[in-house]
Design a protein around this ligand. Structure first.
Ligand SMILES: [Zn+2]
Length: 119
């Protein structure tokens, strides 16, 4: 996943409600019909996220799986059983996501320092 996609995801999640509202008029993801999507406030479903970034949902998900473990604690994924044509993943930004990014960077630095042979 490239950096602009990653920052695009974070930006879309920060403004999840605005993103969803922008789909309302076109009956896009989250508004197809009653009960279609069960995203909660602050969450975007996988389909809404792909639409926001103008990406193919399947393709975006493949890239996502490669970075998901790095972003644990920053971006939270809720999974839900649903038919194949409906959203099954709901994604939101952790409340303290900036803090979580800092923590992940600190862990990386500790690992890097060990490799460099420092104390
Ligand atoms: Zn949705």
């Amino acid at each position: 996943m490239n950096v602009s996609t990653l920052f695009g995801i974070i930006a879309a999640l920060q403004h999840a409600e605005d993103v969803k509202n922008s789909f309302r008029a076109s009956k896009g993801p989250c508004y197809n019909h009653a009960g279609y999507c069960s995203c909660r406030k602050g969450e975007l479903c996988n389909l809404a996220l792909a639409r926001a970034l103008k990406r193919d949902p399947g393709n975006l998900f493949k890239q996502w799986r490669r970075v998901e473990h790095i972003l644990r604690g920053v971006i939270i994924t809720r999974k839900r059983a649903a038919p194949g044509n409906r959203p099954r993943r709901y994604i939101c930004l952790a409340e303290k996501w900036v803090h979580a990014v800092e923590e992940a960077a600190e862990h990386s630095w500790v690992a890097l320092r060990e490799k460099l042979g420092g104390g």
